[in-house]
Design a protein around this ligand. Structure first.
Ligand code: IPM
Ligand code: MN
Length: 350
């Protein structure tokens, strides 16, 4: 029995999460896996009503679950930054989810903006460090609001944090067993301290993984190669900020935000799975948003929980369902959000 904390969140979050849960319930019926779902109402509405992002004790309470399934955080009436730092980033940090795993995989019948590239060319995974770097929240203002204002935001890189991320990436590359190639993405030519630490750690750990080919690319160059030669990549390991940026590019080449899922992983604790597309306020409540990303987040949850067969069954059914869609974009799919959930769920085979 897995206990799953469900955080539907804002905007279209609840609609897409409902489809993922539908699919997980179907998994229960076909595989011997039970889920106990418990819902929490953290998000923009709760904040507007109470002024609270995460209530006292919420983080501690979440540690009792096997996984967290998150819809979307972001509300048009809440100032940017409050919900992101108060909920999403706080959960990532306080639950020490130090890996953000983001597969970039183009499925058949999904349109990519890259000319002459197909599913055989676009299949890699970004391992993004998820608790440090420019996201650490270290810094402050001096003389704020005056002409002499100073704003500092420090990039924190610890040997321990960098090492555990890179080690996870090596292990993941080995387990994935495809090209067996790990590319470090950083900016060693400019960030001569911070990314020197990344490079040294990467080079040292590589000695433990002689079966894995290693490569390096500067972040600016990698945005170029992701467009021109995505087939070069198997696994990319990178910093928090760079990972944030290149995975939005990745989402576009895999067919858009309707498909892209991510996992915030604490290998020894509770991990959190989410579609990476955001709350999409303009589509809220219309039953037109694409739930595939949320379903793939649930698929990833199964994989990380060690339920490989169930995870494969969901992926297969998603592939079949995608084959029937006119487009991956909201409102143009030829089916509604809930119909797509029904199709994936009906397609689950043991
Ligand atoms: C993401 C998002 C978040 C991030 C925001 C909402 C704080 O863009 O998950 O990629 O920057 O990590
Ligand atoms: Mn992002």
């Amino acid at each position: 029995m897995y206990s799953i904390a469900v955080l539907p969140g804002d905007g279209t979050g609840p609609e897409v999460i409902a489809q993922g849960i539908k699919v997980l319930k179907r998994i229960s019926a076909h595989f011997n896996i039970q889920f106990n779902f418990k819902e929490f109402d953290f998000g923009g509405e709760l904040y507007l009503k109470t002024g609270v992002t995460l209530p006292d004790g919420a983080v501690e309470g979440l540690k009792d679950f096997d996984a967290i399934y998150l819809g979307a955080i972001g509300h048009p009436e809440v100032k940017p930054g409050i919900l992101e730092t108060g909920i999403l980033l706080k959960l990532r940090f306080d639950l020490d989810q130090y890996i953000n795993l983001r597969p970039i995989k183009l499925y058949p019948n999904v349109e990519t903006p890259l000319a002459n590239k197909g599913p055989e060319d676009i299949d890699f995974v970004v391992v993004r460090e998820n608790t440090e770097g420019l996201y650490a929240g270290s810094g402050g203002f001096l003389k704020k609001g005056t002409p002499d204002e100073v704003a500092i935001q420090e990039m924190i890189n610890t040997r321990r944090g960098v090492e555990r991320c890179i080690r996870y990436a090596f292990e993941y590359t080995r387990k994935r067993n495809k090209q067996k190639k790990l590319t470090l993405c950083a900016k060693t030519n400019v960030l001569t301290y911070a990314h020197d630490l990344w490079m040294r750690t990467f080079t040292e750990l590589a000695e433990d993984y002689s079966d894995i080919e290693t490569d390096y690319a500067h972040v600016d160059a990698i945005t170029m190669w992701m467009v021109k030669n995505p087939e070069w990549f198997d696994v990319i390991v990178t910093t928090n900020m760079f990972g944030d940026i290149i995975t939005d590019l990745g989402a576009m080449i895999q067919g858009g935000m309707g498909v892209a899922a991510g996992g915030n992983i604490n290998p020894k604790g509770v991990s959190m799975f989410e579609p990476i597309g955001g709350s999409a306020p303009k589509y809220t409540g219309k039953n037109t948003i694409n739930p595939i990303a949320a379903i793939m987040a649930a698929q990833m949850m199964l994989e990380i929980l060690g339920e490989d067969q169930a995870a494969e069954a969901v992926e297969e059914s998603v592939v079949k369902t995608i084959g029937k869609l006119k487009s991956m974009s909201a409102g143009q799919m030829g089916y509604s959000t809930s119909e797509i959930g029904d199709m994936v769920s009906a397609g689950i085979k043991t």
